[in-house]
Design a binder for this molecule. Structure first.
Ligand code: NAD
Ligand code: MG
Length: 389
């Protein structure tokens, strides 16, 4: 029996994870399931899968969750601290499928206890990639990518030497507005941006696909997870979404990963890793598909991609600034306060304000001065220099 926990169990990725787990209930011991406001779904799944604990992120809903779980033997708790506590409960495999930076803290706790972390929550890598990867290393825990592109790259790299990798290409469907006239984009509605041509996903990531802010996050995710330099990572528009990523090697070979657009493939690969198990996903019939199309992304249509390159160039905390600004801009778009194309303007503006060109240098030199002043007085410094001489 493998002990598994699912963070963000009530969402799109979470539900697909539970679908796979439910198909072989005898193989899994469900530890923690977490959700947000959908208490009915969280409680029903926790009962059905006989979870040890169910946690809602919303502290005000603890009473509702308790009531919904009465008599089931499933523990109930609520709030951000409860989420972290649930992540410390021993598990072999933890799905990180909370949306946004809120996924970072429970993910770190899961790694600290040595669980394999199946990472759908790309925002963890964007906001704090080095911290997440170092925590995994320190605790001998594995991070398994669940984003479809990153699972594809991971699979294409099995048995390969990273030194032989020349480039990594992540594909993008182009989202809902791929073929819209550029001048119409400013008026795009929330409903129009929420309809993805190929993938059935949560609303936020679907809108982020139309703007390619999702692909921007994935560029940074690729850089942080695989440690490849930004100039080696490319985005390729591929409307059919059958190829998820390609890895180019120094001998000219391109290894592509193909499959139906169904997240249960990437989730299942991480769940069964390093084995390949049979999965209930549609088999791709290439003769029926007939044709695969490719194009370069138009920078004018997708300004988010250049912003991602800026984040990778700057490093440091710029990913956290970028992700938070993107989230706030997305909230404002969904609330009808700004237009579709203004999201990128808002993010660029916030980055320029919080991360001026010399901002990191100034901050670094300030800290350098403060640390020196605090630690070593001038005379001590001189004495230590003369001792060394
Ligand atoms: P979703 O909105 O469908 O579900 C999000 C889950 O997180 C829900 O369980 C929700 O209750 C919970 N949640 C939301 N805010 C929270 C908070 N502040 N604290 C704790 N829990 C909170 O989202 P999704 O589409 O399943 O995406 C989840 C993650 O997976 C995201 O990082 C997304 O980028 C990534 N991802 C999703 C897909 C997809 O096909 N849906 C594909 C690749 C990557
Ligand atoms: Mg993806």
């Amino acid at each position: 029996m493998r002990r598994v926990s699912v963070f963000g169990a009530t969402g799109s990725i979470g539900q697909q994870t539970l679908d796979l787990v439910s198909r072989a209930p005898e193989s899994y011991d469900v530890v923690a399931l977490t959700g947000g406001r959908n208490i009915a779904r969280l409680a029903a799944d926790a009962r059905r899968l006989d979870a040890e604990i169910a946690v809602t992120a919303d502290a005000a809903l603890l009473g509702d969750l308790r009531a919904a779980l009465r008599g089931s033997g499933v523990e109930a708790s609520a709030g951000a601290a409860a989420l972290e506590e649930a992540a410390t409960r021993p598990a072999d495999w933890v799905m990180s499928a909370i949306v946004g930076a809120a996924g970072l803290a429970p993910g770190l706790k899961a790694l600290e206890q040595g669980a394999a972390l199946a990472l759908a929550n790309k925002e963890s890598l964007v906001t704090a990639g080095p911290l997440l990867m170092e925590t995994a290393k320190r605790h001998g825990a594995q991070v398994l990518p669940v984003d479809s592109e990153h699972s594809a790259i991971f699979q294409a790299l099995v048995g390969e030497d990273m030194a032989a990798v020349e480039k990594v290409i992540i594909t993008a469907s182009g989202g809902a507005f791929r073929d819209w006239p550029l001048e119409k984009l400013a008026e795009a509605s929330v409903a129009e941006a929420s309809a993805h041509p190929n993938w059935d996903m949560g609303q936020r990531i679907t809108i982020d696909s139309a703007s390619m802010f999702n692909k921007a996050l994935e560029l940074i995710e690729t850089h942080e997870y695989f440690g490849v330099s930004p100039d080696m990572i490319e985005v390729l528009v591929h409307p059919q979404s059958y190829i998820h990523a390609l890895v180019g090697f120094r001998d000219g070979a391109l290894m592509a990963h193909l499959g139906a657009p169904d997240m249960r493939h990437a989730i299942g690969y991480a769940l069964h890793y390093p084995e390949r198990a049979e999965l209930p996903v549609e088999r791709l019939d290439l003769a029926r598909v007939g044709q695969l199309d490719f194009a370069s992304p138009d920078p004018a249509r997708y300004p988010a991609l250049e912003l991602a390159h800026e984040v990778m160039r700057r490093g440091g905390l710029s990913g956290a600034v970028f992700n938070a600004a993107k989230d706030a801009a997305l909230d404002a778009f969904i609330a009808g306060q700004i237009g579709f194309t203004q999201m990128a303007d808002v993010v660029a503006e916030v980055m320029n304000r919080l991360l001026p060109d010399d901002g990191l240098i100034n901050a670094t030199m300030n800290l350098d001065n403060v640390a020196r002043a605090g630690q070593v007085s001038e005379t001590e410094a001189r004495a230590s220099i003369s001792r060394r001489n």
